[in-house]
Design a protein. Structure first.
Length: 372
């Protein structure tokens, strides 16, 4: 009963990277103990400090349940009739207007729960979005309570509030300029979902990458909360920054800038852990009445309320433009004051800055203390 079963009491089977597998039924109060036993066994073989959880939507390589000739039988779980395979074909709304169980564990399965006050059978269809949440929580508890370590858990799937237990990356993206641009509003979304430590695969996970794109993505990615260069194991060119001198230079310079204000990041993350809220946000969160900045809502981002990141998001450009609200603004790298508060300029001013590969335009709002 620790694993999800179908209406006849048989284990729901999926196919994963390691082969055919059953899936823990997280609503069962003993499921976490089973997971902890597996983590403990692996820890006894390799002393690790963190866990990267993949395919935990939960997904697999069959569409719904894999059809196997040999099955594991037990007593019936819920009724005596097998599941209707068309049960999920005619729902009022299907995200993406596609097959709901595409590459997904079967929604017809049941979590068997010993609940004296309620239903003992909870269908996976109603719990699917919580699967990753409970797995992240259980993994966090393994580090915190059993290993007595500060947890580091990274998850692909999540539910609102998963950020209490885990960081997240934005999944399998592509080495396109468009995907790099989309990573910024993607970060904003997950701040609202309670996952502040978020970032995309820098330089893109799939397909070939251009040198210039990888260099610009290294610059942008250095300042996202979760920062990692990662790509598919395939015949495509490897995307580690050392493969191109310009990419390596851009990456080193950006990471040095990030580390110069790392205490500020930690301070903001600590505040979010206590009070909720956002680590990164669009500029209009702080200036909702300023319509001039809406054009740049997905082109720049704030770290807290004091630091603005202005990345390069287009190929072949040597300058970046943004609209600064009417405050005093300073460039972190050059220390130059690039805008002075003007009592006559209610909505601030549009400015253009040089954008090479030696530094990223990081702007500090006047009146703030940034710990170095």
């Amino acid at each position: 009963e620790m694993c999800i079963r179908d209406s006849m009491g048989q284990l729901v089977i999926g196919r994963t990277w390691v082969g055919y597998a059953a899936f823990l039924a997280w609503m069962n109060p003993n499921a976490s103990s089973v997971w902890h036993m597996g983590l403990e066994d692996m820890y006894n073989q390799v002393k690790y400090d963190g866990i990267w959880i993949d395919m935990n939507e939960a997904s697999e390589f069959c569409n719904g349940e894999c059809k196997l000739k040999k099955r594991v039988f037990s007593a019936a779980v819920h009724g005596t009739n097998p599941h209707d395979p068309k049960e999920f074909d005619d729902l009022p709304y299907i995200p993406g207007n596609s097959f709901l169980q595409f590459k997904s564990i079967a929604f017809s399965g049941y979590h068997v729960v010993d609940d004296p006050y309620g239903d003992k059978f909870y269908k996976e269809y109603n719990l699917h979005s919580l699967w990753a949440f409970h797995q992240a929580n259980a993994t966090y508890q393994f580090f915190a309570k059993i290993q007595k370590k500060r947890p580091f858990v990274m998850t692909r799937a999540n539910f609102a509030g998963t950020g209490r237990f885990a960081s997240k990356w934005q999944g399998d993206n592509h080495s396109y300029w468009e995907d790099m641009r989309y990573s910024i509003p993607g970060m904003f979304n997950f701040q609202l979902f309670g996952v502040p430590l978020i970032g995309a695969d820098i330089c893109g996970f799939g397909f070939e990458v251009e040198e210039e794109l990888c260099a610009r993505w290294m610059q942008l990615g250095a300042f996202t909360p979760f920062s990692r260069n990662h790509n598919a194991y395939s015949k495509t060119i490897h995307k580690e920054p050392y493969n191109w001198p310009r990419v390596a230079e851009a990456g080193r310079n950006a990471v040095r800038q990030k580390y110069s204000i790392l205490r500020y990041y930690y301070t903001k993350l600590f505040e979010v852990s206590l009070h909720g809220g956002t680590l990164v946000k669009p500029l209009f969160f702080d200036y909702p009445e300023n319509t001039k900045i809406y054009e740049y809502r997905n082109k720049v981002f704030m770290i807290g309320s004091a630091v603005m990141v202005v990345p390069v998001l287009e190929p072949g450009v040597e300058e970046v433009t943004t609209h600064l609200p009417n405050q005093n603004w300073f460039n972190l790298f050059t220390t130059e004051q690039i805008y002075h508060f003007d009592p006559k300029a209610k909505e601030g001013k549009k400015i253009t800055m040089k954008a090479g590969f030696d530094y990223v335009n990081i702007l500090i709002k006047g009146g703030n203390v940034i710990p170095f």
